[in-house]
Design a protein. Structure first.
Length: 202
């Protein structure tokens, strides 16, 4: 992946969130630097600046496996769009986290990682991005996953099961934005996307 040109990069942890994935976004270039944004869960909103994309690759390879990204998709941008996306991301990356996007009674917006990526990239009218939802029967990538119970979610509490083999079907319809599918749609719906599925440096 050539990081020199001005661009937006969607990062994907394909095995995250029980195999449904986790997405983050980087904006910038190797001349002016990159800003990395990620919503990682309740109370964990991340913003990190990197001088080069290689610096991010090194960082990505030093964190625990559960927090690494294994895929990246780069799309070239223009300075005006970069500025709009960065301003929006700086103002909104610290919103509260929720699996399903919603606004509470006090008017506070809550969202997951893929909702945030959608909102950031939507600041450019040249980028195609969507919010595909997870439905009953949608299947994860292959691998062992552990569904972790969430407080106040009786249905999710039933999912505290360790799947040892194969793909795992999601057991019910939801309004959760599906990170892995969003990443794949981003690649398929935009021309000239540069995809790298080997961004972990060893």
């Amino acid at each position: 992946m050539d990081p020199d040109g001005r661009a937006v990069i969607v990062l994907n942890r394909s095995y995250g969130a029980g195999g449904m994935g986790h997405n983050a976004v980087m904006i910038g270039n190797d001349k002016d630097g990159w800003i990395f944004y990620s919503k990682d869960g309740p109370g964990v909103n991340t913003r990190i600046e990197f001088e080069t994309f290689d610096d991010f690759i090194i960082y990505n390879s030093t964190v625990e496996y559960d927090y690494q990204y294994d895929r990246a998709a780069k799309l070239e941008t223009i300075p005006a769009d970069d500025k709009k996306m960065q301003i929006f991301a700086d103002e909104n990356y610290n919103l509260q986290y929720a699996l399903e996007e919603k606004t509470d009674k006090k008017g506070n917006r809550k969202q997951n990682c893929a909702d945030f990526v959608y909102d950031v990239l939507s600041q450019s009218d040249k980028i195609k991005i969507d919010k595909p939802k997870i439905h009953r029967g949608d299947r994860t990538i292959k691998g062992p996953y552990r569904w972790r119970p969430l407080a106040g979610k009786p249905v999710l509490r039933l999912l505290n099961i360790h799947f040892r083999n194969g793909e795992v079907p999601f057991p019910f319809d939801s309004y959760i934005t599906y990170p892995d599918r969003q990443f794949e749609n981003f690649i398929n719906n935009n021309k000239d996307v540069n995809v790298d599925e080997h961004i972990i440096a060893y």
